[in-house]
Design a protein around this ligand. Structure first.
Ligand code: FAD
Length: 390
């Protein structure tokens, strides 16, 4: 079988890309390792940036999130020094988040992809991507694409193919882990809550009127099974200092999993016939909720580049794809890294950073920070205030 684009993976990156390609008349097929129910049920992200909402709206993919999502504009920091709330919707560029659970976005994107006549094969694992755009699947069939889009996450075969061909990775292990908990309870506060505590960070993020996400910083290697619901609530109450600030609204624990905070970026998100988007091209720690947003950004850029290549035989946009995305990717990493430092402080468990990957990651952050200082009035205000103050 030969198609324009074989998309590996039906997460946010693959589904946004598939929809945009179909819209421009490019034939594609999505190959997804898991079943439909598993893909539609996986709760992960929830905070969509204004840019993502604009992209999804512009391409007719935002009906669900505009109808059922809600805007969010405040965050709250709590520590032994008290608490303060930032109305970030009134700061900087005055942009807000839209809270919409990732699994609902995925459901909407999939429904629209099918409505546009797209083909998707569930329970089909890609085992190998070869140089001619040939993709070998677990069911023994080969599919060949003029191009292959690797949207299969950070443990996928697309990334492994790129690194096997010599693409290098800048990587940072933040040295901390989070117990990510989903509870059946309304949010306890209006704001996103960040609790800094000597026992470790705790986070609170709204998802829906009846479901809330909490995070608890925990040691590497933590087994979620060791955390009973009682232990989770007791630890959340301690770190959120409920004696001082009031109780949390509790409820049954629906899901718990440990996420190790790691970040990495491939030097080149593609080459020749194979191009990567989303977590496949770079994993970003969840400390600033950027992952799904970078996936949408990259999928949109990649779609434009593939349309030029396939409709006009013009590969110049593909050649520019890395240069188009990487500065924004690194700005997101710089902020996320800053945020991780803010939430956790320095980590002693920094064992997985090789000297080379660490040096390259650190250097790229240095320039992203400089770029932010150059272009962001808010960062300039922050810098000036601290530079001249004591
Ligand atoms: P994925 O969503 O990982 O999709 C990849 C798909 O490829 C999967 O469906 C997988 O089954 C499939 N696949 C893998 N290998 C193969 C193969 N060999 N063959 C075929 N298919 C394959 N981001 C935010 O922006 N905001 C947030 O608030 C936020 N919160 C988060 C909270 C948690 C607990 C976690 C873990 C992540 C969070 N993120 C957040 C990050 C966000 O969820 C990811 O960045 C996003 O899912 C990336 O999308 P993707 O399409 O690149 O990859």
């Amino acid at each position: 079988v030969q198609v324009g684009v074989v998309i590996v993976g039906a997460g946010p990156a693959g589904l946004v890309l598939g929809n945009l390609l179909l819209d421009r008349g490019i034939d594609c097929v999505i190959l997804e390792r898991r079943g439909r129910e598993a893909v539609e049920g996986r709760a992960r992200a929830g905070f969509l940036a204004a840019h993502s909402v604009r992209v999804l709206t512009q391409h007719g993919l935002a009906d669900g999130l505009l109808a059922r999502g809600h805007t969010h504009r405040t965050c709250l920091f709590r520590s032994e020094h008290g608490e303060f709330t930032l109305d970030y919707g009134e700061l900087g560029r005055g942009e807000v988040h839209t809270v919409y659970p990732q699994q609902e976005l995925v459901r909407d994107l999939l429904a629209e992809y099918l409505r546009r006549g797209g083909e998707i094969r569930f329970d089909t694992e890609v085992e190998e991507i070869s140089e001619g755009g040939r993709v070998r699947t677990s069911d023994g069939t080969d599919v060949t694409g003029r191009y292959v889009a690797g949207c299969d996450g950070h443990r996928g075969v697309a990334r492994a193919t790129m690194t096997a061909h010599g693409t290098r990775t800048a990587r940072w292990d933040h040295g901390v882990s989070w117990l990510a908990v989903l509870v059946e309870a309304p949010p306890s506060m209006e704001a996103v809550g960040y609790a800094l505590h000597e026992r470790g960070f705790a986070g609170h993020m709204a998802r829906t009127a009846t479901v809330t996400r909490y995070y608890l910083q925990c040691p590497r290697g933590t087994d979620p099974a060791d955390w009973s619901a009682d232990r989770i609530w007791a630890e959340l109450e301690t770190r959120f200092r409920v004696d001082e600030f009031g109780m949390l609204k509790d409820g049954p624990v629906l899901e718990k999993a440990v996420v190790d905070l790691r970040s990495d970026v491939l030097d080149a998100p593609g080459d020749g016939r194979l191009w990567l988007a989303g977590d496949a091209a770079g994993l970003i720690s969840p400390s600033a909720a950027k992952g799904a947003n970078l996936a949408v950004l990259q999928a949109e850029r990649l779609a434009q580049a593939l349309v030029s290549a396939l409709k006009h035989a013009d590969e110049s946009d593909l050649a520019r794809y890395a240069a188009d995305c990487l500065p924004r990717v690194w700005r997101a990493h710089e902020f996320s890294h800053w945020m991780s430092g803010l939430l956790h402080g320095p980590s002693a468990e920094d064992t997985e950073n090789t000297v080379d990957a660490r040096a390259r990651y650190g250097r790229a952050l240095q320039y992203a920070r400089l770029d932010s200082l150059r272009t962001s009035r808010a960062h300039q205000d922050f810098f000036a205030e601290n530079y001249t103050g004591i």
